[in-house]
Design a protein around this ligand. Structure first.
Ligand code: HPA
Length: 270
C-alpha cells in the first residue's frame, strides 16, 4: 500500500509541483467550493495511477490546487466511500496523498444526519470527536511505519486548536455552530431508527458514511484535523419522512453560501 501511495504521489508530481499547506475534503452538495478559488492546477482522479475513483452521482472526482486568499490549498472534489466497495486502506489513500503532497492541516466536511434532537436541517456541526465502532479501522493491516506508529493515540483526533479557530470563524460569520460527536456507519443504506437510538445512547450527535476514517488516517500521520458536518436531515425515525439523497443534496445546496464563507474563514485563520 505504501508503494501504491508513492506511485500516486509521483503521478501527481508529474502534473504539478504545487505544495499545499491545507487539505480540504468537500462533502455531498458542497463540491462547488473549489470552483471559486484561485486555481493553479487540476488533477483528475482518473489520471492518477492506482487512485480509487468515486462513483457517487453529484461527486466530482478531482484534486483542485490553488489559493484561498493567500493560503495554498488542495481540495478534494469528491471523496471515496467504503460503501463503494473499496478497502478502508483505499478509502484513506487520498487523505494520505494530500499529506504526502505537503498538507499539514486538514479540513473534513460532510453531509450528516442529525441525531441530537436539538439539531435542525441546515445546521452546521463542528466535530469534536467520533465513534467508528461500526466500521473497520483504516489502519488495519501492515503498519505504514513511514507514516506513523502501529498504535496511534486518538485522544484528540480533532485538534482543540482548530476547534477554537472554527468556533471563532462561525461566530464572525453569524453562524450558530453546533458541536458534537460524529458516528460513522458503512452506508450505503441509511440507518434504522433503532441504530439511531443506539447512536444517541452512545453519545453520538450526527451520523454519516465518511470522514471519521479519514480523520484517523490523518492523525496516524500526524496531520492536524478539523471537521464540519452539514446537518442535511433528521436521522432515521426522527421525523415522518423517509430519508433520501435528494433531500440531503437540497439542504446542502441551500446552505452552501454560508458554508463557503465559514470554510474560507477557517482556512485563512488556521
Ligand atoms: N445517515 C447517514 N449518512 C447521511 C445522512 C444520514 O441520515 N444524511 C446525510 N448523510
Amino acid at each position: 500500500m505504501y508503494k501504491k501511495l508513492m506511485t500516486c504521489v509521483s503521478s501527481v508530481r508529474e502534473k504539478t509541483d504545487f505544495k499545499p499547506e491545507v487539505g480540504l475534503i468537500l462533502g455531498s452538495g458542497l463540491g462547488d467550493y473549489a470552483d471559486g478559488i484561485k486555481t493553479e492546477a487540476v488533477v483528475e482522479y482518473s489520471d492518477i495511477e492506482g487512485f480509487p475513483v468515486s462513483t457517487v452521482k453529484g461527486h466530482k472526482g478531482r484534486f483542485v490546487f490553488g489559493y484561498v486568499e493567500d493560503v495554498p490549498v488542495v481540495i478534494m472534489q469528491g471523496r471515496v466511500h467504503y460503501y463503494e466497495g473499496y478497502d478502508m486502506s483505499e478509502v484513506v489513500l487520498p487523505i494520505r496523498l494530500m499529506g504526502m503532497l505537503g498538507a499539514k492541516k486538514i479540513i473534513l466536511t460532510n453531509a450528516a444526519g442529525g441525531v441530537n434532537e436539538t439539531y435542525s436541517p441546515g445546521d452546521f456541526m463542528m466535530i469534536t470527536d467520533h465513534i467508528t465502532t461500526a466500521v473497520p479501522s483504516p489502519l488495519i493491516g501492515p503498519n505504514m511505519d513511514e507514516l506513523g506508529e502501529r498504535f496511534p493515540d486518538m485522544s484528540e483526533v480533532y485538534s482543540k486548536r482548530l476547534q477554537e479557530v472554527v468556533r471563532k470563524a462561525a461566530n464572525e460569520c453569524g453562524i450558530a455552530l453546533k458541536e458534537g460527536v460524529y458516528v460513522q456507519f458503512t452506508g450505503p443504506n441509511y440507518e434504522t431508527p433503532a441504530e439511531i437510538r443506539m447512536c444517541r445512547a452512545w453519545g453520538g450527535d450526527a451520523v454519516g458514511m465518511s470522514t471519521a476514517c479519514e480523520a484517523m488516517a490523518a492523525r496516524h500521520m500526524g496531520l492536524e484535523v478539523c471537521g464540519i458536518s452539514c446537518i442535511t436531515n433528521l436521522a432515521a425515525g426522527m421525523s415522518q419522512v423517509q430519508l433520501n439523497h435528494k433531500e440531503v443534496q437540497e439542504t446542502a445546496d441551500r446552505v452552501s453560501e454560508q458554508f463557503k464563507k465559514l470554510v474560507t474563514k477557517v482556512i485563512v485563520n488556521m
